[in-house]
Design a protein around this ligand. Structure first.
Ligand code: PDD
Length: 285
């Protein structure tokens, strides 16, 4: 059965899911996206993703073409129509298809809203057991990384360099500190058992998984510090890991070819992964 996508009000076979070449998402990366995980046919932490979507579109003065309540209904209908059990729902909203290429916002153009699903067994992904290797790259991105913009060229290059190096993620470095992964938030566990992750701000995307993991750790009286850290500190740490909607919590076992601790996923990472999966299942909608 052909996959179904959602395009501007219609559920259509993937082969018919098309937008204009004048779409501002295509011409200017003038759009915002979200990725929510699906477990057992249910959306994970979706309220958090929709809240970030509203914030991101607000920051670029883009009006959502549907309410977030309706967007969630569409996400669910798409999951159902595709019989999706485990994977992700991708959604993107752009400033719409204009009649030409004017940089300034067009008038009377309806935003584009598209969605599609993909299959992934996030819980049983092989890398969840082995951990991933990461490389470091300079962070070449713009100054508003808190906006989940579709302008991802720097991440495309970073993750391509990682793929060529046989690594699963690239950690981006600015002023000697890790900002975040190409598509994930970065954490370390220090030798004195403090979970460290960079504080939110315009330098990083406020990760939904990051937010949940920090809250879950604090509820369990684990020590969390939100501050920047360097690669040297990560290499001297007990553990390192990344979080994202498409990975949940995933151990980082080497950085630029140097092992983190013994080069195996550590107990805190495994524990936080279990705690997150429990939370995800318990709050899925
Ligand atoms: N990426 N930082 C960046 C730059 C990201 O692109 C992502 C997510 C994250 C983690 O955010 P969250 O926990 O809300 O997924 C952090 C998605 C998964 C992607 O681009 O596919």
């Amino acid at each position: 059965m052909e996959q179904i996508a959602y395009v501007n009000g219609s559920f259509v076979p993937l082969s018919e899911a098309k937008v204009s070449i004048f779409d501002r998402g295509f011409l200017f990366a003038d759009g915002i996206y979200e990725v929510a995980a699906v477990l057992d046919g249910k959306l994970i932490d979706n309220a958090s993703h929709l809240a970030r979507l509203e914030r991101s579109v607000g920051e670029i003065e883009l009006a959502l073409p549907e309410t977030t309540a309706r967007i969630q209904e569409i996400q669910k209908e798409l999951v159902a129509r595709n019989d999706l059990v485990n994977g992700m729902v991708y959604l993107e909203v752009t400033r719409g298809a204009d009649t030409g290429r004017d940089f300034a916002f067009p008038k009377n153009v309806k935003p584009t809203l598209i969605m599609f699903t993909s299959t992934k067994d996030i819980i049983n992904a092989p890398s969840a057991k082995t951990g991933i290797n990461v490389i470091t790259v300079p962070d070449l991105r713009w100054a508003r990384r808190d906006i989940k913009s579709v302008a991802l060229l720097a991440q495309v290059l970073a993750k391509q360099a990682a793929a060529v190096a046989g690594a699963g993620e690239a950690w981006m470095i600015e002023d000697g500190k890790v900002t975040e992964g190409g598509s994930s938030s970065c954490f370390i566990l220090t030798q004195d058992d403090v979970i460290v992750t960079r504080q939110n701000g315009s330098e990083i995307l406020p990760g939904c998984t990051r937010k949940a993991v920090v809250a879950l750790a604090e509820e369990r009286q684990l020590r969390v510090e939100e501050r920047a850290f360097s690669v040297e500190e990560a290499l001297a740490a007990k553990e390192a890991f990344v979080t994202s909607a498409s990975l949940f919590v995933q151990a980082v076992v080497s950085i630029d070819g140097k092992k983190v601790a013994d080069g195996k996923p550590g107990p805190m990472t495994n524990r936080l992964r279990e705690i997150y999966i429990e939370f995800a299942k318990a709050t899925a909608v």
